[in-house]
Design a protein around this ligand. Structure first.
Ligand code: HEC
Length: 272
């Protein structure tokens, strides 16, 4: 993993340089510092290291049951990874609920591998001290749907309900600032400083916002999942912490994914 850490250090330095440069070019609002970074890195996305680790984790016997995730059903049959992410979130009859990718991975860790839920959740997000299996596995599964067309239909009552709840939450104003998601993501062409804020309530913006997640976040040197993205926006919205895998998080992801239908999946992507 030395290579990975070296890449992260280089990535961090390059980003710092670009950020410094971008403060000079603020007069040109169309400039996107991550686009420059992408151009510099060529086809190399450091997320590749997470994909490789996720692929190894997928087939490694783990947990008290000492089994791999190769019998995990991501919705297309046990063990089928190819294309699975392009059809998530979806309703899972065995769990009796709608699940997104991360929640389904958690479900498989608990039910197949016998890892206690609390234990598994300890590493839901990686930091300098500890890598996250979710971030690696999500990167691997997403990579296996690159180029596929996102298709998340509301084809049963549970999906309809999740979408409706997600939509309600998206427009629900709360917190000390009385913000809703729509305050920042409900108009086209909004930006905070250099960051474009996609309009997630319509197809074009939702596709831009969704198709590249999970993503390597240049500013953090980590791959982050949609669950991470949402809890960070809860923080920006000054709401209480969003629980990983909660009904609320799945409903919001269902809302965004369904709005983004037709997107060509391009994850893991690269974000600021
Ligand atoms: C105070 C403004 C604000 C609020 C409120 C907010 N967000 Fe965000 N959101 C942001 C910013 C800023 C970014 C981009 C962050 C970055 O680039 O580092 C972002 C990014 C995102 C992205 C990824 C977009 C992309 O193109 O990659 C999604 C999805 C998202 N937010 C969903 C939500 C949802 C759902 C809510 C409501 C629970 C919400 N946001 C509330 C400011 C906000």
């Amino acid at each position: 993993m030395i290579a990975r850490h070296r890449t992260r250090a280089i990535a961090g330095l390059a980003f710092a340089a670009l950020t410094a440069a971008s403060s000079i070019v603020l007069a040109q609002p169309e400039d996107d510092p991550v686009a420059e970074y992408r151009a510099m890195m060529g086809d190399d996305n450091p997320a590749e290291f997470w994909v490789m680790r996720g692929e190894a984790l997928w087939s490694e016997p783990r947990g008290p049951a000492s089994v791999s995730l190769e019998q995990c059903d991501l919705g297309m049959g046990p063990g089928v990874v190819k294309g699975a992410y392009a059809h998530l979130p979806r309703y899972f009859a065995d769990a009796g609920q709608v699940m997104d990718l991360e929640t389904r991975l958690l479900h498989c860790m608990v039910t197949l591998q016998g890892i206690p839920r609390k234990e598994a959740l300890k590493q839901r997000f990686g930091d300098g001290a500890r890598e996250s299996d979710f971030e690696a596995l999500a990167a691997f599964v997403a990579e296996e749907s690159r180029g596929q067309v996102l298709d998340v239909p509301l084809d049963n009552p549970a999906m309809e309900k999740a979408y409706a709840l997600g939509k309600e939450m998206f427009f629900y104003r709360a917190g000390t600032h009385d913000f809703s998601c729509a305050t920042c993501h409900g108009q086209t062409g909004m930006r905070i400083r250099l960051q474009q804020l996609p309009n997630i309530s319509e197809a074009e913006g939702a596709r831009a916002a969704y198709s590249g997640w999970p993503a390597y976040r240049v500013s953090q040197g980590e791959v982050r999942t949609m669950q991470w993205r949402l809890q960070d926006c809860f923080r920006q919205q000054r709401l209480p912490q969003l629980d990983f895998g909660s009904q609320a998080s799945i409903a919001l992801t269902t809302y965004i994914a369904h709005n983004a239908n037709g997107a060509v999946m391009d994850a893991p992507g690269m974000k600021r």
